[in-house]
Design a protein around this ligand. Structure first.
Ligand code: NAD
Length: 511
């Protein structure tokens, strides 16, 4: 469960180096191919790695070109020959060992994630801890991947084998960089696949740390490779004939291109895409919990969360007290240095994302919405003047057809909408091309389940929001995606079934 830890407001001396550009992760080569950190041999151009907290350019990073992508694919294909043949138990033991190493290095990893993303340190710690659980979980499930036996006539029988797919290409977004590397690699590796992972160019650091940790835990060289780059590197990977499956997290637009590349080659694909989820608050709910839920559904990670419930539907009769409590609680959030223990709002990932968020707030006002609170850029201190810090924003007087209500903002912008009946709110909540998540706050047991079953989304929260227990599948309906991450079902997306028929008698034939 999420818990905001408020401890002392300082960065321990031993972590000073990892919170800044002097973090050793920044200066090392950032590709990881065949068990080694390497710089790309062929790099068509570079992009800058920037600290969102300060705006400081940390280093240039080379885009990985085709020669190096080929090399990564060859390394992964070679490693697949042995990795796919060892027992699930042995594979699981390596994943579990990796989880233990991450536990030991958790603070260093969390600080590096903050440097990459600008998210508050307590959130980064929570992310790393959750990923450790995921890797441990699939380590435990690896030995249980098994087919089935079926009795046929006269002693004949058939059995199925769940086989890995081959080399899996993974591409991630920037909002949960380590989580994406861990959520994709651990089930893929548990099932006997090998992987090439491309993080977002905005957040390249922690995926390489994961690669090193896997190696330290005993993962054979070439089983998990990391290549850095922008869209073109992603295209080289998703169009590569040596890759058997793509697993992608990012926007609908890019997801569609990746699906097209996979369609050309009949490759498997998992897509975790955007959302515009509803969070419904009935007048019979516990209002304090509902306010907390709405805040969790909108203001974590500077609002840059795919499953966010950004359309907050509040039943008419409780609108006034709900908004009073919401504004009071939101005002108390502390915008500040992401490395400070008491910061609850850190930096937006990039100037582009910040300006997109501010533009949506402007458009919303033009379309008739009111800013009840927030929505302004602020500078918490002189040293953070180069970062983009935006107050969480609450919009009222919203209508279903406004752009801010229909489109994914991916910033801390909550649109509050009023409703009167259950039937009405279900129809309005489902009137979207997305279907990632949804929330319902009510103390009426039957209503809770009725609404949960009526909403068209992959993850439904009753009286909570934005929790991701490792054993529960996560993924979207409609344009929010295909496939699942987390939970046992995810292994099905990284395996293919072979059926073996065995005849125990003479072969019968009509000729
Ligand atoms: P994006 O689609 O711009 O980029 C995602 C990744 O795709 C990056 O690594 C990028 O370099 C790469 N890429 C870009 N063009 C490509 C191409 N043509 N071929 C292959 N790869 C390409 O998304 P973003 O801005 O990084 O992330 C924000 C989006 O991600 C939001 O829409 C958000 O909802 C979504 N998201 C979804 C989930 C989920 O689990 N459903 C989780 C987090 C984020």
């Amino acid at each position: 469960m999420l818990s905001v830890r408020r401890v002392v407001h300082y960065v321990p001396r031993r972590y000073m180096a990892v919170v800044t550009g002097s973090n050793p992760q920044v200066t090392q080569p950032l590709n990881y191919i065949g068990g080694k950190r390497v710089d790309p041999v062929h790099s068509p151009d570079t992009f800058n790695l920037t600290s969102p907290a300060t705006g400081e350019v940390l280093r240039p990073v080379g885009n990985t070109g085709s020669t190096d992508v080929d090399e990564a694919v060859l390394a992964a294909q070679d490693a697949f020959k042995t990795w796919s043949k060892i027992s699930g138990f042995e594979r699981g033991a390596i994943l579990k060992k990796a989880a233990n190493i991450i536990r030991e290095r958790a603070e260093e990893m969390a600080r590096t994630e903050v440097l990459d993303t600008g998210k508050p340190i307590w959130e980064a710690r929570y992310d790393i801890e959750g990923c450790t659980d995921t890797i441990d979980y699939y380590g435990g499930l690896a030995a249980k991947i098994a087919g089935e036996y079926q009795q046929l006539a006269n002693g004949s029988f058939a059995y199925t084998i769940k086989e890995p797919l081959g080399v899996v290409g993974g591409i991630g977004a920037w909002n949960y960089p380590f989580q994406m590397a861990a959520w994709k690699s651990s089930p893929a590796l548990a099932a006997g696949n090998t992987m090439i992972f491309k993080p977002s160019p905005l957040t390249p650091l922690t995926a390489v740390m994961l690669a090193e940790i896997y190696s330290e835990a005993g993962l054979p060289h070439g089983c998990f490779n990391v290549i850095q780059g922008e869209g073109e590197t992603g295209q080289l990977l998703s169009n590569h004939t040596g890759v058997s499956k793509m697993t992608f997290t990012g926007s609908v637009q890019t997801g569609s291109k990746i699906m097209e590349a996979c369609a050309k080659q009949i490759h498997h694909v998992t897509l975790e895409l955007g959302g515009k989820s509803p969070c419904i608050i009935f007048d019979d709910s516990d209002l304090d919990s509902a306010v907390t839920g709405a805040m969790l559904a909108n203001f974590l990670n500077q609002g840059q969360v795919c499953s966010n419930g950004t359309r907050v539907f509040v039943q008419d009769s409780v609108m006034k007290p709900f908004l009073e409590k919401l504004v009071e609680r939101t005002k108390a959030m502390k915008i500040g240095d992401p490395n400070d223990e008491d910061t609850t709002v850190g930096a937006t990932i990039s100037p582009e994302q910040a300006s997109k968020t501010l533009q949506y707030i402007d458009i919303a006002q033009t379309e008739g919405a009111h800013i009840l609170y927030g929505g302004k850029r602020v500078t918490p201190s002189a040293s953070l003047a180069g970062g983009y810090y935006i107050q969480p924003c609450i919009l009222t007087n919203c209508q279903d057809n406004m752009r801010v209500v229909k489109e994914e903002v991916f910033g801390s912008v909550m649109s509050v909408l009023s409703f009167s009946s259950e039937e009405e709110v279900i129809a309005r909540a489902n009137d979207t091309e997305f279907g990632l998540a949804g929330g319902v706050f009510t103390n009426n047991l039957q209503r809770a389940h009725r609404v949960a079953s009526s909403l068209e989304a992959g993850s439904l929260y009753v009286n909570t929001y934005n929790v991701y227990p490792v054993g529960v599948p996560f993924g979207g309906y409609k344009k929010s995606g295909i496939g699942r991450e987390n939970g046992p079902d995810t292994l099905d997306y990284y395996t293919q079934i072979k059926s073996v028929y065995v005849e125990m008698g003479p072969v019968e034939a009509p000729f």
